[in-house]
Design a protein around this ligand. Structure first.
Ligand SMILES: *Cc1c(COP(=O)(O)O)cnc(C)c1O
Length: 374
């Protein structure tokens, strides 16, 4: 028997979340962002759920090739564009749309001999100060791009620095001022733009994290009203029980001391599985469907939980570390990170299953409870 830990991926949740994106941005086409192996979910596992999206966006050429090999015929956008001349051949043969964010990439295109010209998205640095042409240099880059034989169409793209906390006008106004007389499809909005900035939806939105049911702000309750579902459930089981007396401590560093008698459940999940070591006492955990709290320090292979609210829990009781009962952001936030990082950092040693389409997280828990009972 392997350890009882499992990550279950729910393609149905992604299909549902994509449907919500469509409702929120009804006039936009959708680039589903699947970089970092679909935010840790596995591109192949979730691929069937992306059928209704208009394009797939990612940044690793290998991943782009994998998506074509899965049979995707609609556009694929390389979010960072190409890195060297050989990449252009792949972009050509796999019909990839490339973002172009610097003069060097225009030089590569100018030197390229392609079978067919490429669609590009010309990126403006409107204030994020990561990739893109500065607003004053954008018009010239746009004219050069349009003049290249290797370029078929030029779309207009930018990225927001803080669409998650309200203010985007300072970037949007720059973008609009520079592009007002430029034809071309526009793409600006990440997940936060989709949720909170209809003015920035434009021709194509680029949601990533909300497709997986996580919050762009890293705070679970900020997306509580949207009906998004978790695409990943990390579950394990209780493998040991300790009953401790007042004044006793738990685990490494003795960071938690009981002030009353406590029943403690030991869960087969630790930081070597991708659970954050910085999760403090109080981080929520669901034991047999009942929410309780982590106590003491997370160790490499185990963590400990307070069983006071779940007196019937025993060895074998299923535990949800994150999913629909405990949102990944509820674990991330007290640990000083965001759901994105936890999803991407799921460790290789954790076995991954794909949930059948009817499965919900609750059914999965009920099933594992049955298999323990049986
Ligand atoms: C990652 C990324 C996105 C998606 O961001 P989310 O916050 O996950 O929605 C969109 N656009 C670009 C350029 C990105 O790099």
């Amino acid at each position: 028997m392997p350890r009882p830990i499992t990550a279950r991926i729910h393609p149905e949740a992604i299909r549902h979340n994509l449907g919500l994106v469509r409702q929120m941005a009804p006039d936009s086409r959708v680039w589903s962002v699947v970089k970092a192996n679909a935010y840790g979910h596995g591109i192949e596992r979730i691929y069937p759920a992306l059928a209704q999206s208009d394009g797939i966006a990612l940044l690793d050429l290998d991943e782009a090739v994998r998506v074509r090999e899965l049979g995707w015929t609609k556009p694929i956008l390389l979010l960072e564009g190409i890195f060297e001349p050989a990449d252009l051949e792949l972009a050509d043969s796999h019909r990839l749309t490339v973002s172009v964010h610097c003069e060097e990439q225009l030089d590569l295109l100018a030197a390229a001999k392609l079978q067919q010209p490429l669609d590009i998205m010309l990126k403006m640095n409107s204030g994020m100060n990561r990739l893109g042409f500065r607003p004053y240099a954008y018009q010239k880059a746009w004219e050069r791009a349009r003049s290249l034989a290797a370029v078929r169409s030029v779309g207009l793209m930018s990225h927001f620095a803080n669409a998650d906390d309200g203010a985007i006008d300072w970037q949007l106004d720059q973008f609009d001022a520079v592009t007002q007389d430029m034809p071309g499809e526009q793409s600006l909005s990440n997940s936060a733009g989709v949720l909170w900035h209809p003015r920035a939806h434009r021709d194509w939105v680029r949601p990533g994290t909300i497709l997986y049911g996580a919050s762009p702000t890293g705070v679970a309750h900020h997306i509580a009203g949207f009906g998004l579902r978790a695409a990943m459930t990390l579950t394990s089981r209780i493998i040991g029980i300790q009953t401790i007396a007042p004044q006793e401590t738990i685990g490494y560093g003795r960071t938690f001391q009981a002030d009353q008698p406590l029943r403690i459940g030991v869960v087969a999940c630790g930081y070597a599985d991708g659970y954050p070591r910085h999760a403090p006492t109080g981080t929520p955990v669901a034991v047999g469907g009942v929410r309780t709290r982590l106590v003491g320090r997370v160790s490499m292979d185990m963590l400990t939980v307070d069983l006071t609210p779940c007196p019937s829990a025993g060895v074998g009781t299923p535990v949800e570390l994150w999913g629909d009962q405990v949102k990944v952001d509820e674990v991330a936030e007290p640990s000083g990170t965001i759901g994105y990082e936890l999803m991407c950092a799921l460790a290789r040693r954790v076995p991954v299953e794909v949930a059948a389409s009817a499965d919900t997280a609750d059914e999965a828990i009920a099933q594992s409870a049955e298999s323990v009972a049986g």
